[in-house]
Design a protein around this ligand. Structure first.
Ligand code: ADP
Ligand code: ZN
Ligand code: ZN
Length: 827
């Protein structure tokens, strides 16, 4: 028999391996297998079996890595789709669907040979040894065994195989290849249980009298029995010893009497939530919520794929609908998956699920240990964990019978994986997964992505709207501050006088303030500091990028080019460079007006340590300080009733990004930020500082007018052929030599243009190649090609062909080519 094994290598089809006789009948589709690949052993996934193979030289599978298949048929189908859609290998997609700790790889170890160790000949006298081999021997002279990767690093050299092989032939060194230690494995623990335990009243009575009888003669044994009885008849042995100070001898004598028995069970490592989980209060749904839940219930009864988009302002009760929906799903004996943008940033939503579902909720996030993640994953796979809350990669959580997927804040860019492949968007994978399972998928957002909203309008998703906040609190009023005006008054600081006076007012009233700063500035475009003018590409409507090398402004979509002006073309100011203000600078400025104890900063720097993020939020919630200054982190999911003012230091940073989504991002950002104000009894207020007080994005965000914004933005997208009217595919070329990178990019685009010609004319449009917006990162030059495509699958087919050509070419290793389908972040 033969097996098709998918390996997590770029652009590779599954390989065929022979199934050795001792594994015959044990191996099946969905197992991990250890297979030889060139000089290594790697983990692969069995995706097919065949009785014969036409290949002549087929290697054998080395070993099976699992006692049961890790992938269900559904997961195989889903990952296959991911590999076709996002243009990666099936093996890469399968790898993404597993906790990363499960991938085993072999390592090569080397040490000096026995012969050498005895003789220890002088190094200088060994003539036929190359200088590099000599250095290898010098390093190994201490007799220690070293990993090949370690050796490469200390020699700063790659491709040591030939040297090592030569040295080993001469008996100078020994090469050993061993499997790296698995980073996780199933842990077992010793358990003790009552023999033949059942909870019938007669049996319980019997045990009760046994305990009474034992009490005098052997109080410890009686205590054990009692404890066991209180714990459904079984307990973990170490726990008995540790927590109840019971040694093993009474247990042993009870075993002899036939009262108890010992056994081993899989141990489940659980992470400490350390959250203040409150009890869930029963709520009666609002009319709007009832209506949506009704539709969800109906879809659940029909057992067919049903996608919903819930568009509801922040605080309108979306999360409550997810919770009620999940209750229905559990009643049907199915499982539910909840995706959130970033788990460490949304502790509040998790405690809410915990409060409602207790131990039925599992959670997958990056701060868990490998063991905890693996165990949570296995519990879900075995059907012991009906609800999973997690970030992006949780979309692949294994479930026997998935009934519902929720994608909260579906518009958020972090659902998209940048690196490594597969570069998938978890929201879109969720929709596909629901389709494969005849399940329900709910996308929720206060500011849906244009793609999702368009899908809803086209009838692909059922659109549900919640127009009011649950308590009917008003949305905050938004004031816009014109920064150009502020500069004219002579204020060169980042905080306008009007914002400052509001801040003082709130602090005096013992209310709380969030100050938001989008630190993701982009220093390579030019902006007038006096009037706020920036230059845009006339063809693509995106901000032009400044290139220091030739003092030019370029469009990185289509490569439009012009000389950078010396003076602002709008107001002739000389102050025509971009300068950003970081959170730290704002904090400094604030310290001049407020005592230090009153404010805290929250950004990547202040939350690097585990738990610090949660502590900051918890302190803010307890009103230990009044002003929280922060980046994107503070815009999401926070629910603090005493926040009555939200200040946006600058709305322009997102608007100025050279990305066709910059307006959409700005709108979403402002809406999210505004949603943080006035969640309690008091009304909230938002103050937005900008150089573009007349810009329609900012104005419409100020009046909370999603429909109007959506309509205008959609018109623009249609005109320029951007999503949702086309898919975008971004191809990035990078390498050390600018020449080879540009050559490769040009060759690629020429070949793609040739190949696409026979296809229907407007099926795809190729823009560029052009230098990437960040044209050089870590000494690697970057160019890119942008494709607007009607259909992903047929375009991918063409791209795959060109990729194979390009990778077959001689200089392939000099240029790295990355394909990003449906890119979210164009920077
Ligand atoms: P969203 O997810 O849209 O931001 P939530 O579901 O978090 O909205 O609801 C906002 C607040 O209102 C929460 O504190 C929630 O507990 C509460 N809430 C939601 N639905 C109801 C309801 N039907 N009755 C009372 N309170 C509700
Ligand atoms: Zn100007
Ligand atoms: Zn352009």
């Amino acid at each position: 028999m033969f097996a098709q094994v998918a390996l997590p290598l770029p652009l590779s089809e599954p390989f065929t391996y022979r199934i050795p006789s001792h594994l015959e009948g044990k191996i099946d589709i969905g197992f991990r297998a250890l297979v030889p690949l060139r000089r290594k052993m790697v983990t692969g996934f069995v995706v097919g079996k065949a009785a014969t193979s036409s290949l002549s030289d087929v290697k054998e599978i080395i070993d099976l890595l699992d006692p049961y298949p890790l992938f269900s048929g559904e997961m195989l189908e889903l990952t296959k789709w991911v590999s076709d859609y996002y243009l990666c290998s099936w093996g890469e997609a399968l790898r993404a669907a597993l906790p990363s700790e499960l991938m085993l790889k072999s390592e090569i170890y080397v040490k000096v040979g026995d012969k050498r160790q005895e003789a220890r000949p002088d190094l200088e006298s060994t003539k036929s040894i190359s200088p590099r081999e000599k250095r290898i021997l010098e390093i190994l002279a201490d007799g220690k065994e070293r990993k090949l990767s370690w050796l490469s690093r200390s020699l700063k050299a790659k491709g040591l195989y030939a040297d090592l092989y030569d040295l080993s032939k001469k008996g100078e060194i020994q090469i050993d290849e061993r499997l790296g230690k698995p980073r996780v494995r199933i842990q077992h623990e010793k358990m003790v249980r009552l023999k033949n335990f059942d909870s019938s009243p007669e049996n319980l009575e019997l045990l009760g009298s046994a305990i009474l009888a034992l009490k005098k003669k052997s109080p410890t044994q009686a205590k054990c029995l009692k404890l066991l009885l209180e714990n459904q008849g079984e307990l973990c042995w170490p726990k008995l010893v540790r927590e109840h100070k019971i040694s093993s001898s009474p247990l042993r004598s009870m075993e002899k009497k036939g009262l108890v028995e010992f056994f081993e069970a899989e141990k489940i490592r659980e992470s400490d939530w350390a959250l203040d989980v409150q009890e869930a209060k029963p709520v009666s749904l609002t009319e709007g919520q009832e209506e949506i839940l009704g539709k969800i219930k109906t879809a659940l009864k029909e057992k067919k794929y049903s996608p919903f988009l819930i568009h509801g302002v922040t605080g309108s009760g979306k999360t409550q609908i997810y919770i009620e929906g999940i209750k229905e799903v559990l009643k049907e004996g199915k499982q539910a998956l909840v995706l959130v943008p970033e788990i460490s940033l949304t502790p509040q939503i998790i405690s809410r699920f915990k409060a409602n579902f207790g131990d039925k909720v599992g959670c997958l996030h990056s701060q868990m240990s490998a063991g905890e993640r693996f165990d949570t994953w296995r519990r879900a796979r075995n059907g012991d964990l009906p609800i999973m809350v997690g970030a992006r990669s949780a979309v692949f959580s294994p479930f026997p019978d998935l009934g519902l997927i929720v994608v909260d804040e579906e518009h958020v860019g972090s659902y998209k994986q940048d690196d490594p492949a597969p570069r998938y968007n978890a929201r879109d994978v969720a929709v596909m997964r629901a389709k494969l399972n005849d399940a329900i998928v709910i996308l929720g957002s206060a500011t849906p992505s244009l793609e999702s909203y368009y899908n809803a309008q086209q009838g692909k998703y059922t659109l549900c709207q919640l127009k009011e906040r649950v308590e009917k609190q008003k949305l905050p009023s938004v004031k816009i501050v014109d920064l150009a005006q502020e500069r004219k008054t002579g204020n060169r600081g980042s905080i306008s006088l009007s914002l400052l006076s509001l801040l003082k007012d709130r602090v005096d009233k013992d209310e709380q303030v969030l100050l938001f700063l989008n630190r993701r500035g982009f220093s390579t475009f030019v902006k007038c500091q006096d009037c706020g003018y920036v230059e845009k590409c006339p063809r693509c409507d995106i901000t032009l990028t400044f290139h220091r090398t030739d003092f030019s402004l370029r469009c990185h979509y289509c490569n439009y080019l012009k000389k950078a002006p010396n003076l602002c073309p709008n107001c002739q100011s000389h102050d025509f460079m971009y300068k950003g203000a970081g959170t730290q600078k704002i904090e400094e400025e604030l310290k001049q007006s407020f005592p230090e104890t009153l404010m805290q900063r929250m950004d990547l720097d202040t939350t690097a340590r585990k738990g610090s993020h949660r502590r900051l939020l918890s302190d803010f919630g307890k009103k230990k300080f009044g002003i929280l200054v922060g980046t994107q982190m503070i815009t999401k999911g926070l629910d603090f009733p005493d926040v009555t003012l939200v200040g946006v230091i600058s709305a322009d940073q997102a608007l100025d990004l050279p990305d066709f989504r910059s307006r959409e991002r700005t709108f979403q950002l402002l809406a999210q930020v505004a949603g943080r104000a006035g969640r309690g009894k008091r009304e909230g207020e938002v103050m937005v500082q900008t150089y573009y007080p007349e810009d329609w994005t900012i104005k419409l965000a100020g009046s909370h007018d999603f429909e109007q914004f959506y309509g205008s933005e959609l018109d623009q997208r249609r005109e320029l052929g951007y999503p949702p009217f086309n898919h975008l595919i971004l191809i990035i070329f990078s390498g050390r030599s600018l020449r080879t990178v540009t050559d490769s990019a040009k060759r690629f685009s020429a070949s793609l243009r040739r190949k696409s010609r026979p296809a229907r004319q407007r099926a795809l449009e190729i823009l560029g190649p052009a230098p990437a917006p960040l044209p050089k990162i870590k000494n690697r030059h970057r160019w890119q090609l942008l494709i607007k495509a009607r259909s992903i699958m047929s375009t991918n087919h063409l791209i795959r062909k060109v990729l194979e050509e390009e990778n077959g070419a001689k200089k392939k290793r000099a240029v790295r080519i990355i394909v990003d389908v449906d890119p979210v972040d164009m920077l």
